[in-house]
Design a protein around this ligand. Sequence first.
Ligand code: D41
Length: 692
Amino acid sequence: MQSDLFSAQTPADKAPEAIKIENLRAQLNRWAHEYYVLDAPSVPDGEYDRVYQQLEALEAAHPELVTPDSPTQRVLGSVLPGLAPVRHAVPMLSIRTETDTEATGAQAFDARIRRELGLAQADPPVEYIAEPKFDGLAMSLRYEGGQLVQAATRGDGEVGEDVTHAIRTIRQIPLRLPADAPPLLEVRGEVYMRGADFERLNQRQQAAGEKLFVNPRNAAAGAVRQLDARIAAQRPLSFFAYGLGEVTPQQQGGPRFETHHALLQQLRQWGFPVAAEARIAHGAAELVAFHREMGERRAALPYGIDGVVYKVNSLALQRQLGFVTREPRWAVAHKYPPQEMVTTVQAIDVQVGRTGKLTPVARLAPVFVGGATVTNATLHNLFELRRKRVRVGDAVIVRRAGDVIPEVVGRVPGERAHYVPNFHMPEACPVCASAVVREPGEIEHRCSGGLFCAAQRKQALLHFASRKAMDIEGLGEKLVDQLVDGALLHSLPEVYALDVEQLARLDRMGEKSAQNLRAALEKSKHTSLARFVYALGIRNVGEATAKDLARHFGRLGAVMDADTDALMQVPDIGPIVAESIHTFFAQPHNREVVQALLDAGVQPLETDPLPASALPLAGKTVVLTGTLPTLSRDEAQALLESAGAKVSGSVSKKTHYVVAGAEAGSKLTKAQALGVAVLDEAGLRALLAGQG
Ligand code: D41
C-alpha cells in the first residue's frame, strides 16, 4: 500500500538526477516505514541496502541535491504511538557497519585502530574481542536494586520505547540479579528469535490462519512491540548481552572492568546469556579467522547472525579511542553478504528427482545472493508454491544460505499488471511422459516411470557416483546427461562397461580425461560395504543408516536377505526405514542391478558382523572441533565411527570426549566448563588404539 506521505513529487522541470534521487528516497522511506513501524517489510534487508547505497552514490556525485530529510541524513528509528517513550540515560550507540571481503574489513579496522593509537609496526598485535552479530533488535534493560524495572528499545539511540511488559516474558532475561550486582545497572544486548522457534511460531500462525512472519528478525520485532503481554509471551524470544549503559559509578561502589572480555564474563555470572562464540583475537589475522569460521558455521547456528563484530578489548584503549558522532571508534560490524535478494520469476519448470519426486523450480533473472549468482530456486512442492502465491512475472524474495539449495521465500506484495495463469503440476512426467501420481496423504507428486525415466536414471547415477557414495571422480552432471541422453547408458552397472574410446568421443572429453574417468571407475570398485549400500539410493537410507547396516550385518547378502524384524535390530532403524530397505531388496530388478554390479567387479569390503555394542568405543559420543595437525575432519570422523563411536556436532553433559585441534572455539570452552575430557590428535589415536 502506498501512502501519500512517501510519494515523491516530481515536477517536470527537474533534472533527471533530481527525479531519480527523489524516487529513491520515497522508496527507502516507504520501506523503512514498513520495516521499523509496521514490522512488515516487503523487501529483504539486502534490497534496502542496495537502494540505499545507490542513493548515497548519487548524492555523493550531486552534493547540491542533498537535503536534511534524506534517509541518508538521519538516524533511523521511530516511536510508535501506544508505547511510552523512554529517554536513555546513556545514549545507545550504533555500530559502524561494513560489508566487505573477509580480509579487507578486518585489516582496514586493525590498521585504523593501530594508526589512531599511534602504534608502530614493531608493536605487538592489538587485543580484540570478536563476537557474532545477532540479527535481532538492540535492547536496554534497566535494573534498580537488583530488580528489572524497565526494558527499552533503542529507537533513535536517545529515545526508545518502553517494552518492559513484553520483555519480562523472555525467560532468558533475569527479573532479579544476584546480591553482588550494583544497585543501578543497565545491560545492553540483542533480543532475537532462534530459527527453530521461528519455524514453530510460523506453523502455529498458519494453523490459526494468521499471517506468517517473513524472518526471525521481524517476528522478534513484532513480539517486542506487541502491546498485549499475553500474546508476546507466546512468541518465543531470546536474548544476548553485549554491553552496559548507565551503571552505579565506581566511587559509589560500582563495578570496575579492565576489558570487554571481563565485562562479558561478569554479565554471564549475573545471569545474562552471553554469546558462547565470543572470543579474544590478536591482530587482524585472528579477526579474519573468526570472520571465516563464523561464516562457515553460520548456516548451522541455531540463531541468525548477519555478520561479526570486532571490539577493542581494553576499556582503557576504548576510552582513548572515543567516539565519532554516535559510533564508537573502537568497534565495527563486519556484515556477510545478504542471503536474501529480490528478483523476478521468468518461468516455473518442473524437475524430476532421483526417486521420481517432481519439484517446481523457479527460473529467475540472475541475482547475486549469499555469495553466488542464482538463476534457479526451488519452490519445493505444489502446496508451498500455492501458499506463497507465486506466478510467472512476480517479483520474489530469493534466499540462499550456506550450502542450502536456493529457495523462493515468497513474493513481494503488489498487484500484478495483468492476468497470469496459475501453475499446475503436469499430468505426465515432463521427461518420460509416464503418469504423474500423488499417493493419498502425501504432499509430493511423483513420476511413476521408475528407472524407465531418464531423469530418475540420471539422478540415480549421479548419486551412485557422488563423493560419499562410490566417489567416482569426473562423473558429473554434464557427462551423465550425455551418457543417458545418448543411450550409452541404460542401467547403473553399464557404467563399468564404458571404455576409453567411447568416453573420449563425448563433448568436453579428451583422451586424457577419458583415461582419468576409467581409472576412477576402477578405483571405485574397491569400496566399503557402507558406501555401496548408500550408493544404491534406497529410499530413507542415508549415509549414517548405510554405515549402521554395514556394521551390523557385515555382509551384503545378509543386508539383502534381512526381513524387517532383523533390520529393526539395528540401532536407529525403525519400521519405516526397515520397510524401505526390505521393499528395495524384494524387487527382482534391484537384486539384478546389485548382481550386475558385483559381476562388473565391484567388491564391497565385507567384515564379520559386528553388533555395535562390541566395538571399543560403542556408546561413546565424541565431538570434533578445530583443525587437527594431520587428520582431516572426515578422516577423524570415519576412524571414530568405525570404532563404534557416535560423532556429534555439539557438546553437552552426555559428551564423552572432545577432540580439539588448532583454533578450537566455543566447543572447547564448553567442554572445559562441563568437565568433559579433551583430547588432541595423539590422544585420539591412543583412544582408537584402545589405550584411551
Ligand atoms: O550482536 C549484535 N547485534 C551487536 C550489536 C553486538 N554483538 N555488539 C554491539 N555492540 C555495540 C556497541 C559497540 C555500541 C556496544 C552491538 C551494538 N552496539 C548495536 N546494535 C545495534 C545498535 C548498536
